[in-house]
Design a protein around this ligand. Structure first.
Ligand code: AMP
Ligand code: MG
Length: 408
């Protein structure tokens, strides 16, 4: 059996990135940037006020005190969206509003709540420092700055910054197309009436959802029965229609576990089989003409966990993402977390935050067919073979989703 790290290395060594494309800014959320975003101008473009108040030349109020206030003449008004009609002269105060450009010559703003004003004159009863309440040109971004680097994922803040810089379109990596194949005589697909000993096809749908979560585009190849020719035919179809093929089931050691043979007969080269982990041991990986093929195990939790550990990082790498891993946190076990047996455990846990950090608790029965405990899971606790994490001890948890307050 191959250790998880080595398996991932073997996989990633064979993964390249997909091509890139141009998308509108509105469609760029969640995509990975393929070119550096360079600021075309300073932001802000000119010095502007951060308060509603009066713009002035700080030197005119440099000596102002409570007893000897500076009295300045109100010379004009600058609302946001307008320029002052002339430069500020000595002894002048200009009514100004948040975001409005400072009149030329003015270098400070005094907030309206700090002065007495009668419309004609402003009385300043304290020293004003040069630059007070002024946002200098370029304080956020300077022309020529690289503000988002290639490989970065575009979030809401990046969208805002790109809009500020005038980018209506951006160059991003294409979404990899991922063909999903379920195999098994026992599977009844959605919309068909299950036979007496049939079970619903779960994996096609959980895996398609995981592909979308990972930034890919799923292609549904449906269900193939446990017959060599039928599987080979779907594998060929998948590899012609997509960048990656992901199958589930049929990779164990039973007589009807035909996926590995089907892959080999379709011309694929197999690079690994059987990884030292629980759940998910029989995972298989191969390539045909450079296209990655993942043969995931059939139990619904095994399929999801192996997707998380191997397929997701591969897809993120194809998408050009700089960071391909899920975040990990250190959490205190809130109750014992046992991992009996000789394989590393990936155990489903909830994560709760308290004053001491994160606490982790098993979601219940860890059987590889218990999908309910995957539904409850915030993350996967990584536990060494033959080890029990005692209550209060710390464990590494791979975070699978955004943490939300829970009422459980
Ligand atoms: P296998 O490796 O083919 O023996 O599959 C392992 C277990 O996973 C069996 O109990 C299968 O019935 C189950 N299984 C396989 N594929 C799916 C699927 N698409 N949806 C739900 N369960 C599945
Ligand atoms: Mg089977």
């Amino acid at each position: 059996m191959i250790p998880v790290e080595e398996a991932l290395e073997r996989i990633l060594a064979r993964i390249g990135s997909v091509s890139d494309e141009r998308v509108t800014l509105a469609a760029a959320l969640g995509r990975v940037l393929a070119e550096p975003v360079v600021a075309t101008r300073d932001i802000p473009a000119w010095p502007n006020s951060s308060m509603d108040g009066y713009a002035l030349r700080a030197v005119d109020a440099a000596a102002a005190t409570r007893e000897r206030p500076a009295r300045l003449r109100v010379a004009g008004e600058v609302p946001a969206g307008r320029l002052a009609d002339r430069p500020a002269a000595a002894g002048e105060a200009w009514r100004i509003f948040t975001g409005a450009p400072l009149p030329e010559g003015a270098d400070a703003v005094v907030p309206q709540e700090d002065v007495a004003a009668d419309g004609q004159r402003v009385t300043v009863r304290g020293r004003i420092a040069p630059g007070a309440y002024v946002r200098p040109a370029g304080e956020d971004v300077r022309a020529g700055d690289v503000v988002v680097t290639p490989g970065g994922t575009i979030g809401a803040a990046e969208v805002g910054l790109l809009a500020t810089l005038g980018y209506s379109q951006v160059q991003v990596y294409r979404r990899p197309r991922v063909a999903i194949l379920s195999t098994g005589n026992e599977l009844a697909d959605l919309g068909t009436q299950p036979g007496p000993a049939q079970i619903p096809n779960t994996n096609t749908y959980s895996l398609m959802a995981q592909v979308i979560e990972a930034g890919g585009e799923p292609v549904n190849l449906g269900v193939a029965p446990d017959q060599l020719e039928a599987i080979i035919e779907r594998v060929r179809w998948g590899l012609s229609a997509a960048d990656v093929l992901v199958s589930s089931a049929g990779v164990s050691v039973g007589e009807l576990d035909l996926v590995r043979e089907a892959l080999a007969r379709s011309g694929a080269e197999l690079h690994l089989w059987q990884v030292s982990m629980r759940p998910g041991k029989p995972i298989t990986f191969g390539t045909r003409e450079g296209r990655p093929i993942f043969g995931l195990p059939g139990n619904p939790v095994s399929a999801m966990v192996t997707f998380e550990l191997f397929v997701r990082p591969a897809l993120r790498k194809m998408e050009g993402a700089e960071v391909i891993d899920r975040p990990r946190v250190r959490a205190r076990a809130l109750e014992p977390i046992p991992n009996p047996g000789s394989r590393r455990g990936y155990l489903r846990v909830t994560l709760t935050a308290d004053a001491q950090g994160y606490g982790a608790r098993l979601t219940g029965d860890q059987g590889s067919a218990i999908l309910r405990s995957m539904v409850l899971a915030d993350g996967l606790a990584v536990v060494a073979p033959d080890t029990t994490i005692a209550a209060g001890e710390v464990v590494d948890v791979i975070v699978l989703r955004a943490l939300e307050p829970r009422s459980r």
